[in-house]
Write a protein that binds this ligand. Sequence first.
Ligand code: GCO
Ligand code: MG
Length: 403
Amino acid sequence: MKITHADVIVSCPGRNFVTLKIRTDSGPDGIGDATLNGRELAVASYLKDHICPLLIGRDPSRIEDIWQYLYKGAYWRRGPVTVSAIAAVDMALWDIKGKQAGLPLYQLLGGASREGVIVYTHANGRDIDETLDQYAAKKEAGYKAIRVQCGIPGMKSVYGVSKSKDAAYEPATKGWSEEQCWSSEKYLNYVPKLFEAVRERFGFDEHLLHDVHHRLTPIEAARLGKALEPYSLFWLEDPTPAEDQAAFRLIRQHTTTPLAVGEVFNSIWDCKQLIEEQLIDYIRTTVTHAGGITHLRRIADLAALYQVRTGSHGPSDLSPVCMGAALHFDLWVPNFGMQEYMGYSEQMLEVFPHAWRFDNGFMHPGDAPGLGVEIDEKLAARYPYEPAYLPVARLEDGTLCSW
Ligand code: GCO
Ligand code: MG
């Protein structure tokens, strides 16, 4: 069997997604997700101009060799653009292998380690009351784990909070980046009140999570972790930027709140120290941005040695193709922790028919061969790319900071 075509499909059914489709001469097709929010066309070009031509004529069954060829063969290593492109190829090749074998991907990896994949959803609101209402709705929908974010008095808009009640949260805005204003002081003084209100009203039945989104210094993060200890979080996410992995030593010295990091990482090297020094509890790398199934498996195996569990990123800006791949991975990986699931609009799900399903707080990838997700190319073509970017944030004096 040989690869005959590798096509890149950029489509915007409500938000931009980049999908790679690999076709073969005598076997099935496979698809992979290459979406990098706000930088979609860079990955599309990397694929179209530099990777797709190299794939033609290769044997798609040689997944490991193709991964090594694309990674080492570029000479320039790592980075979100390169690694997301490689990940899309990797996912598509696993999809082909699964379809050829007539087996869902999780069976190729070693079979199911659990009955279902626990997922966490988001509850957010412009104030505490609105957030509690959303929490009640998500609990009612069956979720066993809920991430809680809310507006902060004195700040116009903050990460993780929808612009209006009941609107789905979508960080990217059409056109150029929106600018937001940030104050760590206001945030730190308010967030513990939110968690106190949630536990007071709903008790301790659900797992609670919170995303700091890289906005605190290590000592501020330590203070927040300590302040949230009475509310027993499942995890506190991205408390400080993790380029400096050693910075997490300081947070760790001060708090027992579990930490989750890694949605912006692209390789095992980005989290090696965090894992080996047990500075985190959950590694959030996911299939698209961390090199596909082939590389994610290496990260998870390293993490397992240090009792670090997986907690894959699963926002709506990773396509339903990535969600499918992530669920197969989660069902298999022995050191699984939790999967994020933000959900998708009907329009998005129509473009990506899928076998995965949600039931009472748990998901399952389904038993269709391969990834169990397809792309309706005709429908996708009806939604051309629309420029959209993530916000940027500034401190109250105008200094640019992490969003
Ligand atoms: C999360 C993430 C997302 C990111 C988004 C950026 O935990 O779900 O932080 O909300 O902001 O993926 O594109
Ligand atoms: Mg996050």
